[in-house]
Structure formats: C-alpha cells, structure tokens
Design a binder for this molecule. Sequence first.
Ligand SMILES: [Zn+2]
Length: 176
Amino acid sequence: MEEQLKKIIGLNGWYLDIHSVKDGFRDVCLVGLIGEDSGRQLEFNLRGVSSLPSMMEQAVFVGEYVERNMPQHKIIPAWAHLFFIADDSKVDDVEHLLSDYSRPVRFKNGERKLGLLLGYSECCVKAHLEDRLPYRDYSTYPIPFSPCSTECEKPWMNEYLRLARKYGVNISREFV
Ligand SMILES: [Zn+2]
C-alpha cells in the first residue's frame, strides 16, 4: 500500500508530509490533489507518468489508506486539497479556518492562519508574508515550507531526511 500511496500522491514532498503527521512530528498537513487538466498533470505526462488517477480516485485511495493505517487520524477535504489531522483539537481549528476562508491562501490573514495551523513558526510565516525568504530550489526542497533561518530549518530538515530514509524516498527528485 505504501508504494501505491507514493504513486497516487505523485510528489515526494506530499508523501513525506503525510508521514510527518503519521509519525507524530506534526499535527496537521495539507496535501494537494492533482487535477486532470492542471499543469501538474501535464508535467506527469511529460515524465512518462500517464496513468495518474482522477482527483476522486486519489481522494478515495488516500481515505482508505488513512482508515487502514492511521484510523485515529482525520481527513478534511478543501479546495482540491486534503487536510490530514492527527490531533482532535485541530479539527475545530481547520473547520474554523475553512469557514472563514474557503481558500485561505488568497488572503494574507488566511495564509497566516494556515501557516501557523500547519506548524510553521511565527517568524517563518511572517517572513513568507513579507516576501523576504532565502532563495531555494523548491522542486527538490524536501520540507513543505520555507523557513526564515537555518535554526528554523534544522528540526524540519532532520525529521524529513529521517522520514525519507525510513520510507525509501529519493529527495533529489520532485516526483515519486
Ligand atoms: Zn523562522
């Protein structure tokens, strides 16, 4: 089921995000579903991955995976994404956020609340909103956000490298 999850999720980063919640490093993560007419799907086709399942099939598979492997966790769908939630208390937080903003990233304050909910430090969220982050090649950057400093990066990088080793993910590639 792990190998199938990698294929269904498609991107190494999202696959590691799921396991950052599964392994207890964080309470909430957000994984995107890949639409058939999206640029992502086009990229997949160019790389010879032509049989990406539909968004519905992706969501159904991920739902089954969670039910079987981490039944105490919750999934909340939102704007072509899925929230994975480990801690019950965060379910309310996610629902509040979505009732205030159907697409939080379109609003500065929504984006700020989303970043904090996903476990990113206040300083990193602030730096992101003010657009003053160090340059990085995000296609192969294994962690799901851009930390504002090496101190903020360190615990995430250590954990994501550990997860990559544990689950056999080649982080020098963007796609599984
Ligand atoms: Zn920071």
